[in-house]
Design a protein around this ligand. Structure first.
Ligand SMILES: *[C@@H]1O[C@H](CO)[C@@H](O)[C@H](O)[C@H]1NC(C)=O
Ligand SMILES: *[C@@H]1O[C@H](CO)[C@@H](O)[C@H](O)[C@H]1NC(C)=O
Length: 377
């Protein structure tokens, strides 16, 4: 997501701009209040949470589950204009992606003129956004979607400006992970980038997954780690690799922001990004980010708890050959005596076998298996 813009510093915004412009990429929203701030532990009671909430600048109640939508950067970079933004909003609705939860339409960098106006406000680029951002926002809103927009870094000042906008605005902050934003991001934003920008390659994708995993403890409803937007559908990885990408982002409770041209998606891409079972893992109300719980060479096991005493596990093969991977209950947080039922989220089947002690699968090179395990006895 996003280059380091040439225009640094804190954007100043007029009241109108505050209502429609979202520096550092914040998204209009009216999601339900569940603001959790600071880093409360399991033992914190409600009062403690309330106290932490008051201490925080940002208490907008948004981001109860990771945000979902689309962003222009990964596919289009600076080649954006109001026509394609509107067409993208249309496509999100006509493909059914909006119904699955992809509701943010985020305009990334390059929408503005380089120079501000004489009041110091940002101005939409005349050549590409001749109708202005408000017209685009109105159009996107008329489709039942929300508009997001990018600006450059400038944290507490922007948070305060957003708090004054008169309605809650999701604040997705990005300083490319330089200053460990997971340690302080929840006080000022709803999500924070933990990495520098992703590119459409296997190496870039898995290295971002790794960097983001380090901060798993800090993710929670209202404040999420963000390993950057999805590359699924952009052509630089195989289908198996994109399935790994989507699976790891889903269990990591990462924002699911499509980065392809949703006006023109292949059947294979649609199969991945519209997998409701995987989306449901991402949007699970428990909101706990999965961790890498075991690693043997190129073979990895990622797992995390879900609501209803369920566990999601991803068996990931990063190596060059097909291989067998076994996840043991004590690694993935299932009580030793438990017998579980396994749902394969990519095959869309519930396995006939019941599993005790472990689950084993043969996994393709640069592929994964993703199961939801449900204790049955
Ligand atoms: C649609 O996507 C295909 C690849 O999947 C590409 O070859 C084609 O140029 C795209 N069409 C447009 C209009 O972008
Ligand atoms: C997996 O569990 C089964 C019992 O369900 C056990 O017989 C087997 O040895 C275990 N395999 C591994 C690799 O731990």
């Amino acid at each position: 997501m996003r280059r380091r813009a040439s225009e640094a510093g804190t954007p100043e915004i007029s009241p109108q701009m505050a209502a429609m412009v979202i520096p550092l990429l914040m998204w209009f929203s009216s999601m339900v209040m569940m603001g959790v701030t600071g880093f409360p532990t399991k033992n914190d009671n409600f009062e403690e949470l309330q106290k932490q909430l008051r201490r925080n600048l940002l208490a907008n109640g948004l981001g109860n589950t990771p945000p979902m939508g689309w962003n222009s950067w990964n596919h289009f970079s600076c080649h954006i204009d109001e026509k394609m933004i509107k067409e993208t909003a249309d496509a999100l609705v006509s493909t059914g992606l909006a119904k699955l939860g992809y509701t943010y339409v985020n305009i990334d960098d390059c929408w503005a003129e380089i120079a501000r106006d004489d009041k110091g406000s940002l101005v939409p680029k005349k050549s590409t956004f001749p109708s202005g951002i408000k017209a685009v926002a109105d159009y996107v809103h008329s489709k039942g979607l929300k508009l997001g927009i990018y600006s450059d870094a400038g944290y507490p000042v922007m948070t305060r400006a957003l708090m004054k906008a008169g309605r809650p605005i999701f604040f997705s902050l990005c300083e490319w992970g330089d200053l460990h934003p997971a340690l302080w991001g929840a006080k000022v934003g709803n999500s924070w980038r933990t990495t520098n920008d992703i590119t459409d390659t296997w190496e870039s994708m898995v290295s971002r997954a790794d960097m983001n995993e380090v901060y798993a403890e800090y993710a929670r409803p209202g404040g999420w780690n963000d390993p950057d937007m999805l590359e699924v559908g952009n052509g630089g990885m195989t289908k198996d690799e994109y399935i790994v990408h989507f699976s790891i982002w889903a269990i990591s409770k990462a924002p699911l922001l499509l980065g392809c041209d949703v006006r023109n998606v292949t059947k294979d891409t649609m199969e991945i990004i519209a997998n409701k079972e995987v989306i449901d893992v991402n949007q699970d109300p428990l909101g706990v980010q999965a961790k890498k719980v075991r690693m043997e060479g190129d073979l990895e096991i990622w797992a995390g708890p879900l609501s209803g005493y369920r566990v999601v596990v991803v068996l990931l093969n990063r190596g060059p050959w097909r291989n067998v991977i076994t996840a043991n209950w004590d690694d993935i947080g299932i009580p030793p005596e438990s017998v579980v039922q396994a749902r394969d989220l990519w095959e869309h089947t519930t396995l006939k076998n019941r599993f005790a002690e472990n689950i084993t699968a043969t996994v393709n090179s640069h592929g994964c298996k993703m199961y939801v395990l449900k204790p049955i006895s």
